[in-house]
Design a protein around this ligand. Sequence first.
Ligand SMILES: Nc1ncnc2c1ncn2[C@@H]1O[C@H](COP(=O)(O)OP(=O)(O)OP(=O)(O)O)[C@@H](O)[C@H]1O
Ligand SMILES: O=c1ccn([C@@H]2O[C@H](COP(=O)(O)O)[C@@H](O)[C@H]2O)c(=O)[nH]1
Ligand SMILES: [Mg+2]
Length: 261
Amino acid sequence: MWRRVALFSPMMKKSSSSRSLTLNQKGFGLKVGESFATEIINPEEGVSPPKEKAPFITFVLGGPGSGKGTQCERIVETFGLTHLSAGDLLRREIAFNTKNGAMILNLIKEGKIVPSEVTVKLIQKELESSDSRKFLIDGFPRTEENRVAFERIIRADPDVVLFFDCPEEEMVKRVLNRNQGRVDDNITTMKKRLKIFEALNRPVIDYYENKGKLYTINAVGTVDDIFQQVLPIFSSFEQLKECRHVNPKSPLGSSLVENSS
Ligand SMILES: Nc1ncnc2c1ncn2[C@@H]1O[C@H](COP(=O)(O)OP(=O)(O)OP(=O)(O)O)[C@@H](O)[C@H]1O
Ligand SMILES: O=c1ccn([C@@H]2O[C@H](COP(=O)(O)O)[C@@H](O)[C@H]2O)c(=O)[nH]1
Ligand SMILES: [Mg+2]
C-alpha cells in the first residue's frame, strides 16, 4: 500500500525516512514492509514520483484504564482516523480461537506482553487491508522490543505519540468499574499490569519524548476536558483536515473539510 522513494538529489540525501521523501500508493495485495521498501529513481531519466504523503500514524500510550480507548473514539469522530486497538486485535484472536488464541489469553490474564511478532503481524494485516491513510494505534508499542519490531516489519515511524498520564489510583478505579467482562479487569491482574507498564512501557514513552514526538495529556478530569487537550494536537496537522467523518458537534467541525471518499 505504501511505497518509499528516494531521489538522487542533494536535498534528498539527508534522510530517506523523512516524510518529504515518502509517498503512498494504494496497492492492494502488497505487503506493508515490501511496499515501503526504498526504491531509487533518477529524475534525469524522466520519472517523476507521485506527490502523495506517507500514512499518518499516531501511537496512543498510557497505563491500563488511563482512557486511551475512550479518547480514541473522540479522535475518530472528529478527525476520521482509523482506530486500531492492539488489545482488541489480540482479544479477537482469543474470540476466534485462532492458533495463538490460547497463548494470548494466558498472557493477557497475567497482564504480560504478547510476543512482538504476533502483535505486529496483526497490526500489519489491518494496515494493509485498510483504505485509510491515517491511523490511531492504541495500546502499542508496549515495550522497546515492540517498538523495534514495528520499525523493522512495518518500516514506518509514528508522526505523533500521545501519552495519557493518569495516577494509578484513578486507573485502578476506572478498570474495576469498567464492566465489559474483560479477563484482566480484576485487582490481581491490574496490579501486574501497572508494574509491567512502569517497567516496560515507560522506556518507550521516554524514547518518544527524546525524539520530540511525545504529547503528554493530563488524563484526569471529564472525557470532554481531556479531549480539549487532544484537539489542538491534531488540528495542527494539515493532512488531517481532509476528514472523512466530521462530527458537527465538534468545536472543529465547521472548519474541517468533509471528504466522502
Ligand atoms: N475521563 C474519564 N473519567 C472517568 N472515567 C473514564 C474517563 N475516561 C474513560 N473512563 C472510563 O474508564 C474505563 C477505562 O477507559 P478506557 O477503556 O478508555 O481505558 P484504556 O486506557 O483504553 O484502558 P485499557 O488499557 O485497559 O484498554 C472505561 O470504563 C471508561 O468509560
Ligand atoms: O501491544 C499489545 C497490546 C496489548 N497486549 C496485551 O493485551 C492486554 C490488554 O491490552 P489493552 O491495550 O489494555 O486493551 C495487555 O495487558 C497485554 O496483556 C499486548 O501484549 N501487547
Ligand atoms: Mg483500551
